[in-house]
Design a protein around this ligand. Structure first.
Ligand code: KIV
Length: 273
């Protein structure tokens, strides 16, 4: 199996991501939610670790990302940051923590940064949240935008289908991406939109565009760790490539352990004091 070792072991910064876009080097990003997995992911050489609010689904077992709280995201973010030496760590601002007012948004953003020591935050939305984005950026906190399918708005859409297939929505998305760039965001995630539209956005803005279900003509890719490791079952969107079948590996290991305990094979004489 080939192993990718990053040549540059320095801590990844927002500026280095920008340089990667300029020289055409793709950016790898993946989610993590705990210390142990984050240390493995970081050592494997990923450029950006996202403490995603997808933790609401894969860690907390909720149907949507809406229920996860600020304090829960802070707990996860703090655990991940402790493990990471090289990757840039981005924490998702959860639903309801940046939409009420700019003052509340910046105060929640500062709370996340102060307690977790993360490098940056991610917020879903474009022009409708631009005042909150500006205020957080003015506090010196780097922001990654998130457009296209925005899971925090699932109740508005009613479906997780591909977004921005129609011209109106595509044009709004391009305007949103430009507004986020102009405000000073350092990168934007584009989720589940047509590849041609994502390519256009990546060409028309200067900041890195990281895609998930947005095709290959963008500046980088992000996947949810539990999905790409094959831990989650019954979630098979077209864009998801599974790099392992950990569901089976874990199931077999745990079944084997159960058998060994039941049959008194474990522990043996060498496994006791
Ligand atoms: O929360 C998350 O995992 C995300 C990714 C899907 C980009 O926002």
């Amino acid at each position: 199996m080939s192993v990718h070792t990053p040549e540059d072991v320095r801590k990844v910064t927002t500026h280095r991501l920008f340089e990667m876009k300029q020289r055409g080097e793709k950016i790898s990003m993946i989610t993590s939610y705990d210390y142990t997995m984050a240390s493995i992911v970081d050592e494997a050489g990923v450029d950006v670790i996202l403490v995603g609010d997808s933790a609401s689904n894969v860690v907390a077992g909720n149907v949507t990302t809406l229920p996860i709280t600020l304090d829960q995201m802070i707990f996860l973010g703090k655990s991940v940051v402790k493990a990471v030496k090289r990757a840039l760590v981005v924490v998702d601002m959860p639903f309801g923590t940046y939409q009420v007012s700019e003052t509340e948004a910046v105060s929640n953003a500062i709370k996340i940064m102060k307690i977790t020591h993360a490098d940056a935050l991610k917020l879903e939305g474009g022009i409708e949240i631009i005042d909150a984005v500006r205020k957080i950026l003015a506090a010196g906190i780097p922001i990654m935008g998130h457009l296209g399918l925005m899971p925090q708005s699932i109740n508005k859409y009613g479906t997780y289908n591909v977004r921005a297939k129609e011209q109106d929505e595509a044009e709004k998305l391009i305007a949103d991406a430009k507004a986020l760039e102009e405000a000073g965001c350092f990168a934007i995630v584009l989720e589940k939109i047509p590849a041609a539209l994502a390519q256009r956005v990546a060409q028309e803005v200067h900041i890195p565009i990281i895609g998930i279900g947005a095709g290959g003509d963008v500046d980088g890719q992000v996947l949810v760790l539990h999905d790409m490791l094959g831990m989650t079952k019954g979630f098979s969107p077209r864009f998801l490539r599974r790099y392992a079948d950990l569901n089976t590996v874990i199931n077999e290991a745990v079944s084997h352990y159960v058998e060994d305990v039941k049959s008194c094979d474990f522990p043996n004489k060498n496994e006791q004091y």
